[in-house]
Design a protein around this ligand. Structure first.
Ligand SMILES: [Zn+2]
Length: 276
C-alpha cells in the first residue's frame, strides 16, 4: 500500500525493519528508490503503480547493501542507478561465482525464502560527481558520502522538500559504520555535517528504515546520530534508546551491533596504535 508523504512522493513500508521504498512521480512515470524486500511486496507495489497508470521509468539504490538492491520482474526494465562507487562495489560482489550464497548468508532466516535475488544489484553507476538523477521528473539531488556503506547516497528532492536518507538518520537503528573504511568515525561525522547543510530545505525526512519525520526531526536525528558516533569514538556508553533490545526488533540476527562496532574499533586502534 502506498502512502503519500509529500506532493508527488509516496512510500511503501516493508515489514522487514520498517524498510521504506520511495516512489517519486515524474512526467511519464515514476522513479523508484530502494524497491523493497520480499517478492510479493514488490509485486504488489508493481500492481499498485500499474493501477495508477505510473510505470517505473527509473530506479535508484541508495547503497550496496542487499536490502536496497532488490528488484522484481513486474517492476519492468527501467534503468536502475546508483553512485559509481556503489555500482563498483556491487559489480565486484556479483563477479564471484558464489555471490548468491554469500548474500543468502546475510538474509534474515525467517523471510530469506521470500527474497528474490535474481535481479539484485543490476545497476548502472552514475559518473562520480553526478549532481542529480537523470530522469524526467522533479530534480533529485545526489548527496554522496562515505559513512554507512561505500558510495552511499542521500537524495534531496528540493521542490518537494523531501530528503531520502538511505541508511542514515533512522529513529530505530543506531548508525552502522562502514568499518572497512580508512577512518569510519571521521567519515560518519563528515556525512552528518553534509546532511546538516541541507537540513533547512527539508520538510519530510524518509529514512531507509524507521519512521518518516517532519522538519523538526532532521536536526534532532542528526544530533542523536552524532552523539552516538562520538560515544562510540570515545568508548563511552551511549545514552541512546536505539541501543539494546529495542534495536533488534525481536529478531535475533541484529542484536549486539553496538558491542560489535565497539569491538571492531578497539581492534583497529590496537592494531594501528592510535585511538579510534
Ligand atoms: Zn538498510
Amino acid at each position: 500500500m502506498l502512502r503519500q508523504v509529500a506532493e508527488g512522493v509516496l512510500i511503501h513500508e516493508s515489514e522487514f525493519i520498517q524498510s521504506k521504498s520511495v516512489v517519486v512521480q515524474g512526467r511519464a512515470g515514476v522513479l523508484l528508490i530502494d524497491p523493497g524486500i520480499q517478492g510479493d511486496e514488490m509485486a504488489a507495489l508493481a500492481n499498485d503503480l500499474r493501477e495508477l497508470g505510473q510505470p517505473v521509468v527509473a530506479g535508484f539504490s541508495t547503497h550496496p547493501d542487499w536490502d536496497h538492491l532488490l528488484w522484481h520482474a513486474k517492476l519492468g526494465e527501467a534503468p536502475r542507478y546508483g553512485t559509481a562507487r556503489c555500482a563498483a562495489y556491487i559489480r565486484d560482489l556479483l563477479s564471484n561465482a558464489d555471490w548468491k550464497a554469500r548474500v543468502a548468508e546475510m538474509l534474515p532466516p525467517d523471510i530469506a525464502e521470500e527474497i528474490p535475488l535474481d535481479l539484485l544489484g543490476i545497476i548502472t553507476g552514475l559518473p562520480a560527481e553526478t549532481a542529480q538523477i537523470p530522469w524526467d521528473g522533479p530534480k533529485v539531488r545526489i548527496i554522496e558520502h562515505q559513512a554507512h556503506a561505500p558510495g552511499h547516497a542521500a537524495l534531496l528532492i528540493e521542490e518537494r522538500g523531501v530528503l531520502v536518507a538511505g541508511d542514515m538518520l533512522s529513529d530505530i537503528l543506531i548508525p552502522f559504520l562502514d568499518l572497512d573504511a580508512a577512518d569510519p568515525i571521521k567519515d560518519y561525522l563528515a556525512a552528518l555535517r553534509l546532511l546538516d547543510g541541507v537540513a533547512d530545505d527539508v520538510d519530510v525526512l524518509i529514512p531507509g528504515h524507521g519512521s518518516v519525520g517532519g522538519a523538526d526531526q532532521v536536526r534532532a536525528r542528526i544530533e542523536q546520530d552524532r552523539a552516538y558516533v562520538q560515544a562510540l569514538r570515545d568508548g563511552g556508553v551511549p545514552d541512546d534508546p536505539r541501543v539494546g533490545p529495542s534495536a533488534t526488533f525481536g529478531k535475533d540476527w541484529l542484536p549486539g551491533v553496538h558491542e560489535w562496532q565497539l569491538q571492531r574499533l578497539a581492534q583497529r586502534s590496537e592494531r594501528d596504535g592510535t585511538p579510534g
